[in-house]
Every structure is written in C-alpha cells, then in structure tokens.
Design a protein around this ligand. Structure first.
Ligand SMILES: [Zn+2]
Length: 112
C-alpha cells in the first residue's frame, strides 16, 4: 500500500535497496535529480520566463548590453566566453566597443 502524500518534503526519498554508501550510485543520482527538480518547483518563475534556474540561459545580446553598460561606466568589459558574441556585436554595429574588447584582451581580430 502506498502512503498518501503528506504535502511536505520527503524525509527519506532514497529508493528501497539504494546504495547507502554515498558513492554516487544510480539511485543516489536519481534521488538528487528529483530533489533538485522539486526544489526548482518551489522557486518563483524568473523574469525571463524560465521556471528552472539550472536550465536558464542568458538571452541573446545580453553580453553586448552588459558590455555597453560597463563601457558607459568607464570599465573594460571582460571578453565573452564565445568569440561569436564579439563578432555579433561587430556585425550589429557596435564595432568600436567590440574592437576595443578584442584588442585589449588580445582575443582575436574581429573581422567576421
Ligand atoms: Zn531564462
């Protein structure tokens, strides 16, 4: 017989027969994923519409906006994780800033 849900988080959500040594067995991993998922469902929806912060990805153009903001403050933005972001800035007309970031950080030539 299955116990009725109590409404609170489970005190022990380990599967029967699960590896209790804590060495990362499949049951431990599944349990951790379920707990993480349940935790994400308790959070408020993010302003971008994402329900789960783990799967949230920054919006396209976010790097350019952040870089423009930092440049307006007189700061040199850090280079993006992906050079494609600088190339996009260059193509979309922010050539001076994209070139300054690429030159200052010796990222690459921005000629795409
Ligand atoms: Zn998001």
């Amino acid at each position: 017989m299955i116990a009725p849900p109590t409404g609170g988080p489970p005190e022990n959500d380990r599967a029967p027969g699960a590896d209790t040594r804590g060495n990362g067995g499949d049951a431990d991993q599944l349990s951790a994923m379920k707990r993480r998922r349940a935790g994400s469902q308790r959070l408020a929806i993010l302003p971008c519409g994402c329900a789960d912060p783990w799967t949230h990805r920054r919006a396209p153009g976010a790097y350019a906006e952040a870089a423009q903001y930092l440049a307006a403050c007189g700061l040199l933005p850090a280079p993006p994780d992906d050079v494609a972001e600088l190339r996009r800035m260059w193509r979309e007309g922010d050539r001076e800033l994209a070139g300054a970031i690429a030159t200052a950080w010796e990222v690459t030539t921005v000629d795409a």
